[in-house]
Design a protein around this ligand. Structure first.
Ligand SMILES: *Cc1c(COP(=O)(O)O)cnc(C)c1O
Length: 420
């Protein structure tokens, strides 16, 4: 009797990602840069084509059949996003270009009109530039003061420090759920609870969590949450803001123009209701429709399953990286089962330059990122100018990790030999 080896998730779905099946510098591609952007499955590519070939038309101007079809599909994605993150109401989902635009929407609409001199904004030292710069701009305009939550010795968010920063002056806490550099998973439920006790609002940057784990905005209790479609198997140019209904209703528009109005006069106008009040101009229609296909795809696999499989990858990646001398990873170590952190590893090898590493690995077909990963203040705090980062998704395999490690060994040996 023969036993068939059970297929891993990646083996099961790998053919859905034709891009991964190619050679770079005559080596089989290993794509380990999904924290920067994910690859797209055929279901998403064909949805985009279906729209452009079949019912390309502008939305919400439904004078004809194609426009009605486009609008139904476009608005259908809004329902899918709401279900995916368990929002209570579809009007709590606002389309944006990406997470960066969603944070700017909150900063300019809510922050600029609410914050006063002396009010405090709490961010953390591990924030992506997207969750630092908009608040710096708003703080400059309003006189609000920004404080930063520091790190624990294991390079995780220091919750005790957070509690000492909280006061009745705190008006906003805006933090990342899963760090794109440290890979730590922050206790956002507890952060929300603590912040609400002093009457502060909470924004969650969920760019690295929405694509990788099941998420429930009502259980978390956050006031806003942002994510980008391109990191969750969808095209670029589409992302979303979740906001509590009563908050979004009270917030003034961010951008003005078509689509966001009810009636326009030469000297004034009335605004459309939610969510259109925040969606000025012709949106990324095809991209939004394709995001719906991406959510269907992820849901079909199951976010629990994706998360569990990525834990396996994490365990293997960190066990292998630990065997490399003089290699330092950042953020918390995973448990032996790969729990407690995201499936990405930012690292440095003593004496070697991270961008040299990634350049040479590219010649081995390995795509990893190097640089500051849009967390320059965090790198400064860690005492380095940059790091290399391997970031995985559910389409990656254990065999790819093994090949990456071999290539990394060879690359390090090569550099060491040139230094001798
Ligand atoms: C990618 C990322 C962002 C920014 O996403 P954009 O798509 O560039 O707007 C913000 N925060 C984190 C944690 C990210 O990983």
């Amino acid at each position: 009797m023969t036993f068939l080896k059970e297929q891993t998730l990646a083996e099961e779905i790998r053919a859905d990602f034709p891009l991964l099946d190619q050679r770079i510098h005559d080596k089989a591609l290993i794509y380990f840069d999904s924290a920067a952007t994910s690859q797209k499955p055929l279901a998403v590519l064909s949805k985009l084509e279906e729209y452009y070939r079949g019912y390309n038309a502008n939305v919400h101007r439904g004078a004809h059949t194609l426009s009605t079809l486009a609008t139904e599909n476009y608005e259908g994605t809004r329902d899918k996003i709401a279900q995916f993150i368990k929002a209570g109401d579809r009007n709590e989902i606002v389309y944006t270009r990406n997470a960066t635009e969603a944070i700017n929407l909150v900063a300019y609409s809510w922050g600029l009109n609410t914050l006063k001199a002396g009010d405090e904004i709490i961010l953390s030292v591990m924030e992506h530039h997207s969750n630092l710069v908009p608040w710096q701009i708003i703080a400059q305009k309003t006189g609000a003061v920004i404080k930063h939550i520091g790190l624990t010795p294991t390079q995780e968010l220091d919750l005790d420090h957070f509690k000492t920063l909280l006061s009745e002056r705190t008006k906003l806490v805006s933090v990342v759920h899963v760090s794109n550099t440290l890979g730590c998973i922050n206790p956002i439920g507890e952060i929300v609870q603590q912040a609400h006790q002093v009457g502060a609002k909470v924004l969650i940057d969920a760019c690295q969590s929405v694509p990788h784990l099941p998420l429930d905005v009502q259980a978390i209790g956050c006031d806003w949450l942002v994510a980008s479609g391109h990191k969750m198997c969808a095209p670029t140019g589409i992302g979303f803001l979740y906001g509590k209904l009563e908050l979004l209703e009270a917030m003034p528009p961010f951008l003005g123009g078509g689509e966001m109005i009810q009636d326009v006069f030469l000297d004034h106008c009335t605004y459309a209701g939610l969510p259109h009040k925040f969606e000025a101009g012709t949106p990324a229609i095809g991209e939004a429709i394709a995001l719906g296909a991406a959510i269907d795809y992820l849901t079909q696999i199951g976010m629990e399953r994706i998360h569990a499989y990525e834990e396996d990858l994490t365990a293997h990646l960190f066990a292998k990286l630990a065997e490399i001398p003089d290699l330092q990873t950042y953020g918390p170590q995973p448990t032996p089962e790969g729990k407690g952190r995201a499936s990405l590893a930012a690292f440095n090898v003593a004496g070697l330059n991270a961008s040299d590493l990634s350049t040479l690995l590219d010649h081995e077909g390995v795509a990893i990122r190097s640089g500051h990963h849009c967390t320059q203040p965090l790198h400064r705090l860690l005492g380095v100018t940059g790091s290399a980062r391997a970031s995985l998704y559910f389409y990656n395999t254990h065999a790819e990790i093994d090949r990456f490690i071999v290539a990394l060994h060879e690359t390090i040996d090569f550099f060491r030999s040139t230094l001798d």
